[in-house]
Design a binder for this molecule. Structure first.
Ligand code: ZN
Length: 405
């Protein structure tokens, strides 16, 4: 038996008055997900632990069985890997936004008017050399980019330059410990940010934007310092060949860091317009070559963070329709869950546990007949934490080593 592991980002929610006190998942018409629940074993999942409000990076590592207390070294690395950047041991990576600041460095727009692409602005920053440290810069989607610093004596123990709010001044990068390395890294970064600001201000495209009364893309807001750490690959850990089908760079980066192959799908955008049918069709095909297929779906989280419960419900119904492609496979264990809740009322991640279903040969089918936050609470998996998920899957695959004698 092989595995298709579907993570609907931020799927979990809280009851919403306008949905008759149901969550978007409970209110959505989901016959295919319900069928999986009916034929499967269900439960509630706390990706890190009870009461912990996780980021998407740590929750995915935990779902794949990697203890984040040991293995998590910042988000930057996954973003950079997800954009196809190379990272060597000792390199430090950041994610960043192309933003708009006033002359006194007050932030006017953290996303430079949600600029279509930052590529034409940041390409001349790529390759900059400051105090022997080389900066690689690569554009992501819209205003997003990633930065990799390569050189000696670097540390990821440095603060963000991004204050995460507008109408406030940008922050200087500060060392987060007393090491010489952190001080050096912070100094070099501050010089790079200053250099980038000068270059961006001079970019002729900004003169055009200014004439059109568009926000100028004149500042790099860095955050999420991370460094490369070699971890045991997913294959070495479980002896399962694995691949990833995702739109957003972070999830590709996490998969890449664990040694999974990335299957790029045209139309997999990580947005509401993503081609879900294409993703699940590709997952079905990938089962021929891989033992474990990880499918990531992003827009459920984006809807939660926008507080848009109508759109979240509609998008869940789209997922349900598309998941039909894989819901009737005889030779696969289908696991559907989320990395955390993103309740529309909070417009942020929360610690509320998320539903999980495992459906396939040999599972102890329980009495749950609907896939939802409250229905799954009555399932046979009960409450589990993220680090339990892979052991449960390995047990169902019959690949768990005997403990004791
Ligand atoms: Zn997430």
């Amino acid at each position: 038996m092989k595995v298709i592991f579907v993570v609907c980002d931020g799927l979990g929610d809280r009851p919403i008055k306008q949905l008759k006190n149901l969550t978007p998942l409970e209110a959505a018409k989901t016959p295919n997900l319900d069928k999986l629940a009916k034929n499967g074993i269900n439960g509630l999942l706390h990706t890190i632990d009870h009461g912990i409000r996780p980021g998407s990076d740590v929750s995915h590592l935990s779902l794949f069985g990697y203890d984040t207390k040991i293995h998590y070294k910042g988000r930057g690395m996954y973003e950079a890997l997800g954009l196809g950047m190379k990272m060597n041991k000792g390199d430090i990576a950041f994610r960043c936004n192309l933003a708009t600041v006033k002359s006194d460095l007050t932030i006017l727009d953290r996303r430079a008017g949600r600029i279509e692409s930052c590529e034409p602005f940041i390409k001349e920053l790529n390759g900059a050399l400051i105090n022997g440290v080389r900066f690689a810069v690569k554009a992501g989607v819209m205003h997003r980019a990633a930065i990799v610093m390569s050189g000696y004596n670097l540390s990821y123990k440095v603060s963000d330059a991004d204050p995460h709010e507008v109408n406030t001044k940008v922050k200087k990068v500060m060392p987060l410990d007393n090491s010489k390395e952190a001080q050096f890294t912070a100094d070099v970064l501050n010089r790079f940010i200053e250099f980038a600001h000068i270059k961006l201000k001079q970019n002729p495209l900004n003169k055009e934007r200014s004439k059109k009364k568009l926000s100028e893309a004149n500042y790099l807001l860095l955050r999420g310092a991370g460094y490369v750490e070699e971890v045991q690959s997913f294959f070495d850990k479980y002896k399962l060949s694995a691949c990833c089908i995702a739109g957003a760079p972070l999830y590709k980066g996490i998969a890449k860091a664990l040694g999974m192959d990335i299957i790029d799908i045209k139309g997999a955008t990580g947005t509401l317009q993503t081609d879900l049918e294409a993703k699940f069709t590709a997952a079905k095909t990938a089962l021929k070559r891989y033992d474990f297929v990880f499918v990531h779906i992003k827009a459920t989280d984006s809807c939660g963070e926008d507080g848009n419960f109508t759109e979240k419900k509609k998008f869940i119904e789209k997922i349900d329709k598309a998941i039909k492609t894989i819901s009737n496979l005889d030779d696969a264990l289908i696991v559907v869950t989320a990395d955390h809740s993103s309740p529309c009322a909070l417009k942020a991640h929360s610690a509320d546990p998320v539903p999980i279903v495992m459906s396939g040969e040999g599972v102890r089918v329980d009495g749950v007949i609907k896939f939802g936050e409250r229905a799954c609470a009555n399932g046979g998996l009960s409450h589990i934490v993220g680090l339990n998920v892979m052991p449960e899957i390995m047990n169902l695959l019959g690949k768990t080593q005997l403990y004791g004698d």
